[in-house]
Ligand binder design. Structure first.
Ligand SMILES: [Zn+2]
Length: 396
């Protein structure tokens, strides 16, 4: 291919040839061009016999080159078919009918939407309207979702909620529920709201509910109720990290009640760490501190028992240990220990399922984090459908 031709192909589309170039200001190049005379066929009767009816100039936006806006002014032929006498436009590869931009321009915009810091920068670089960016981005994301996420429920899923923003009217925080496919490691569906009826409404159309055998969830009653009704064959697994965290804020509260001094600073910082990760010196500091506050010591001891429960291997051993732990808790007079005992008894089966399957909800929390970053980058989303598409496409 001669050099001239290569450059023409780079600047123009392969079927076009250049007539003249023009500059508009410092940052816009205008290329006047026409389509090469090729054999065309009538779209109505497929005849190849025609004459030229008229010429028209169309303005088309092309992908920018070295930061310069490229505008193609194409002198297009309108042809009249000799056999059916209808008129038709000559098609140009790379430009869809009735569109005023090339396909590579749109591709560039989509690439920039994913890789630029925010959509405002895309708008500046490609000099197109907000509407164009939004329309083409969300249209493509929806197509991608249909192509990639159009399958039945997987075997193992995780379910969790996160905040989506505030309602304009009531100023209340809006929540949404993320369902994660643990088999293919991707977000599976995002639903606005976290109550059973809302979840039923948005999830009932997905086939294969009976495929689901394991569901990881945190200790939330509405989700427990929903999962037990919606997935008939599923076993629930309570998330390990949520169980371990149950006593943390009680420890913090009790610690705040005690007036701190300089000497106890180190011990106070060690309270939330797992005892097994501490060195002997740190343990000594901690226990000396706890000896002075018996109630705090009791809460701390139960927190440590929970940690050691999760270090057990095997379902039967864990089951016995959990029974022992709840029996010990029954003897305690502290309010928070009673509450904890009630929770552990209520969620006993789900907690013990962890020792059979070793499934945690960590992956769901990870995708929640990605969703949070997306929200931050976009300075918040107003529309839930758009937010849903961004999240579902973020990790494919
Ligand atoms: Zn025809």
């Amino acid at each position: 291919m001669p050099a001239q031709q290569t450059i023409t192909n780079f600047v123009l589309l392969p079927e076009l040839e250049i007539i003249k170039t023009e500059r508009k200001g410092l940052s816009t190049n205008i290329y006047w061009c026409r389509k090469k005379k090729l054999q065309e066929y009538c779209p109505y009767c497929a005849s190849g016999d025609y004459w030229t009816h008229e010429y028209r100039v169309i303005t088309v936006k092309d992908a920018p080159i070295r930061g310069k806006e490229i505008i193609l002014k194409i002198r297009k032929r309108r042809l009249r078919c000799k056999s059916c006498f209808k008129t038709f436009n000559e098609p140009i590869n790379g430009i869809l009918p009735k569109k005023r931009f090339t396909q590579r321009f749109k591709r560039g915009v989509l690439w920039a939407c994913e890789n630029y810091k925010n959509l405002k920068r895309v708008k500046k670089a490609f000099r197109c309207s907000n509407q164009f960016i939004y329309d083409s981005l969300y249209e493509t994301l929806e197509l991608n979702r249909r192509r990639n996420l159009n399958y039945a429920w997987p075997k193992t899923i995780g379910i969790d909620e996160h905040a989506f923003g505030r309602s304009v009217k009531s100023r209340r925080t809006r929540f949404c529920t993320m369902l994660v496919d643990f088999v293919n490691k991707r977000p599976f569906e995002l639903v606005e709201g976290r109550s059973g009826p809302l979840l039923w409404k948005d999830l009932a159309h997905i086939p294969g509910r009976e495929n689901v055998t394991h569901v990881a969830l945190d200790l939330s009653d509405p989700y427990k109720k929903f999962v037990s009704e919606f997935f008939p064959n599923a076993e629930m697994v309570a998330d390990k990290f949520h169980v371990l965290r149950l006593l943390n804020h009680h420890i913090m509260r009790r610690r705040k009640e005690i007036t701190g001094d300089r000497a106890s600073k180190q011990a106070r910082d060690l309270l939330l760490m797992s005892n097994i990760n501490l060195g002997w010196k740190e343990r000594k500091t901690l226990w000396e501190y706890l000896d002075r506050y018996p109630e705090l010591k009791e809460v701390y001891a139960f927190k440590e028992s929970l940690h050691s429960l999760y270090r057990i291997r095997g379902y039967n051993k864990a089951s016995k240990a959990l029974t022992k732990l709840t029996d010990r808790m029954a003897k305690s007079n502290l309010k928070e220990i009673k509450t904890l005992r009630a929770t552990l008894v209520k969620w006993r089966d789900e907690i013990l399922n962890y020792f059979k399957t070793r499934i945690t909800n960590a992956r769901t929390e990870g995708f929640n984090h990605i969703a949070k970053l997306l929200k931050r980058n976009a300075f918040g989303f107003k529309s839930f459908p758009n937010y849903r598409l961004r999240v579902l496409n973020a990790a494919i």
